[in-house]
Ligand binder design. Structure first.
Ligand code: MG
Length: 276
């Protein structure tokens, strides 16, 4: 995908994007946008809805589209609305946030990189100790639960020799991805199409599958509840801010840190009250 094929890209979007977004907010879901207190989640989702005309919101998640659809249909998500765009499957899927339909100009190149990989890697992992398949779709990736104590980490070298990347996160997830594809690479491709200045982009996450987003050098927010292994990477991530607040509160805190306080309205007031 390049900026020049933007026309083909927008043909696949059912919803309008902000014409001149002041902020592109790229959030992981579990532990990040779905994290924090119920009060903060309600507050933050309400803010996102009110700012929809000027904040371009992207989910960037390990979930597949079916799981994202179930989340958005759930009445118990405290007012969470659909984003403008979804990066799913740890960077292997790009979809319209409104329709959840795939965006082929973004997905097709990933599909090409994945061709034949599942047939080569899958058999290597059948019956492997400490490994069980996740009950989600396997579009352009394979997804497993792993037990850190029982799993043979030497297997990773064997798997990656097949032209894929292995990604361990949250001490329980093993994703097998097309080599070079991750949340960060897919986000950069998406931003090239959106043609938004990099200084208007903020990413937020909580586990090792978010590391690639932080490694892009875009402004990042590591929420306060981020897993220890991710927090240990902080010294190598000069543009990433470690928030004190968990989940949604941490995202708001990070936005203020990165100079977007003027967009936060009542969220800024709530942050000040928490600090007092
Ligand atoms: Mg997460």
């Amino acid at each position: 995908m390049t900026a020049t094929d933007g026309g083909a890209f927008s043909d696949h979007l059912a919803g309008e994007l902000p014409a001149d977004p002041q902020l592109v907010l790229v959030t992981d879901l579990d532990g990040t946008l779905l994290g924090g207190s119920v009060e903060w989640r309600r507050r933050f989702y309400g803010w996102l809805e009110r700012q929809r005309h000027c904040v371009l919101h992207v989910f960037c998640t390990g979930r597949d589209l079916r799981s994202v659809a179930a989340l958005l249909a759930d009445d118990e998500t405290h007012g969470l609305q659909a984003p403008h765009l979804v990066i799913g499957d740890v960077g292997c899927t790009v979809a319209c946030g409104t329709s959840l339909e795939l965006v082929p100009p973004a997905v097709d190149p990933i599909e090409v990189r994945w061709a034949g990989k599942s047939d080569r890697v899958g058999p290597l992992l059948v019956g492997a100790a400490g490994l069980s398949p996740q009950p989600i779709s396997a579009d352009r990736r394979l997804a497993y639960y792993y037990d850190p104590d029982a799993f043979d980490h030497d297997l990773i070298r064997l798997i990656e020799a097949q032209g894929v990347d292995c990604l361990l996160s949250d001490n329980k997830y093993l994703d097998v991805l097309p080599a070079g594809v991750n949340k960060g690479s897919t986000l950069l491709d998406l931003l090239a199409w959106l043609q938004v200045p990099a200084e208007r982009v903020v990413t937020a996450g909580d586990t090792l599958n978010d590391l690639a987003m932080f490694q892009t050098g875009l402004a990042g927010v590591m929420v306060g509840n981020a897993e220890a292994a991710l927090q240990r990477c902080l010294p190598e991530l000069p543009r990433t801010y470690l928030a004190e607040g968990h989940g949604c509160q941490g995202i708001a805190e990070g936005l203020a840190h990165h100079g977007f306080g003027h967009l936060l309205g009542d969220l800024l007031e709530a942050l000040k009250q928490e600090a007092d």
